[in-house]
Ligand binder design. Structure first.
Ligand SMILES: [Fe+2]
Length: 343
């Protein structure tokens, strides 16, 4: 496969050059806000410093037990699936199949500093509203640390959002049959997701995949605008367990899969994608030779515990920034191209 060159993305963060400002005082351009409103995602090139990415990768590898079949210095050992020897199914550190989700480090200062840098917080508050972003609790509890376990569902259902989600990896598939794309919208309460690449990822290299515009179609199909009801399963009533999605949600997801080309958020180390909480997304298949390593985090407003109880609103941007509410959603074809929007 021919790998297209990495494009130079121009301004998405205020300032004069495509890499954005360094002091975090400027926010998003009007065009970027409009694009996010219409499409539910925003690529932010170079939003995290390379040096921090490198340290986060060091942290990841430091949590692999000595004696593992997988080794950092030998990419051949990093092809999935994980061996039986390296398999681990903990809520804080899961290695199975082609996925390594390290959550136990979710509130260490290095990672919270990355996700809540002045620059990223400025950008996020431009979308969520000034002064409304909840800050992390450094050295708090990791994701999935306490609470009821809803079984096969997402561990995020029982999470404490005191830090980031964690460092999530997708191992190369090499010669394995591709898995279904796993398109879905997240169910747990938050406003804005973040995925930061900690190492370069080529197209089809396992990067985050998004379905543009799907947030506007899925938002009204949920029973709660930011949350999702859960139901217990009983032996004699096995029809529902965990998340309670509406029939409209399931039908719309299938339509989105059929009519919307996804965007593969590959890129360079330090590149970030922000995404709306109801945007359809998936972890892309990794058809390259190197492991996809990314930092994931959720941003929430301080009033989420009140607004999450509301049903979907006629104006889905009711709780977001004035700039986002006021945006008419227009942007240039060039900007759309830089954001890899197809069609
Ligand atoms: Fe998800």
């Amino acid at each position: 496969m021919i790998v297209p060159p990495l494009p130079t993305l121009r301004v998405v963060v205020g300032g004069v050059d495509g890499r954005g400002d360094v002091d975090g005082r400027t926010g998003l351009s009007g065009e970027a806000i409009a694009f996010f409103k219409q499409n539910g995602y925003l690529l932010l090139p170079g939003a995290v410093a390379d040096e921090l990415c490198d340290r986060a990768v060091d942290l990841l590898w430091s949590r692999l037990p000595t004696g593992s079949d997988m080794r950092r210095d030998d990419p051949a050992t990093q092809v999935g699936p994980f061996s039986e020897h390296d398999f681990e199914e903990g809520r804080h550190n899961s290695r199975r199949g082609f996925r390594w989700n390290l959550r136990e480090i979710a509130s260490v200062p290095l990672l919270t500093d990355m996700a809540y840098s002045q620059r990223l917080c400025t950008v996020v508050e431009h979308l969520l509203g000034s002064g409304m972003l909840r800050r992390p609790i450094v050295d708090g509890k990791p994701v999935g640390g306490v609470g009821f376990d809803w079984g096969a569902g997402s561990p995020e259902l029982s999470m404490d959002t005191t830090g980031v989600r964690g460092i999530y990896c997708t191992l190369p598939y090499r010669d394995k049959a591709p898995e279904p794309d796993g398109i879905h919208a997240d169910a747990h309460p938050f406003h804005l997701g973040m995925v930061a690449l900690l190492e370069d990822v080529e197209p089809e290299g396992g990067a985050f995949k998004v379905w543009p515009g799907s947030h506007r179609r899925l938002y009204p199909t949920f029973y709660r605008q930011y949350d999702t009801p859960r139901v217990l399963a009983y032996d004699h009533l096995p029809g529902d367990e965990g998340l309670l999605h509406s029939p409209e949600y399931h039908a719309e997801i299938e339509r989105i899969r059929d009519d919307t080309p996804p965007v593969d958020c590959w890129g360079e180390r330090g590149d970030v994608v922000l995404w709306h909480h109801r945007l359809a997304h998936a972890t892309g298949a990794n058809n390259r030779d190197r492991m996809r390593i990314a930092l994931l985090a959720d941003y929430i407003r301080t009033d989420l515990d009140v607004t999450r109880k509301d049903p979907p609103q006629p104006d889905m941007w009711r709780d977001w920034s004035e700039a986002l509410q006021a945006s008419e959603g227009s942007y240039s074809p060039q900007f759309a191209s830089e954001q890899r929007l197809v069609g």
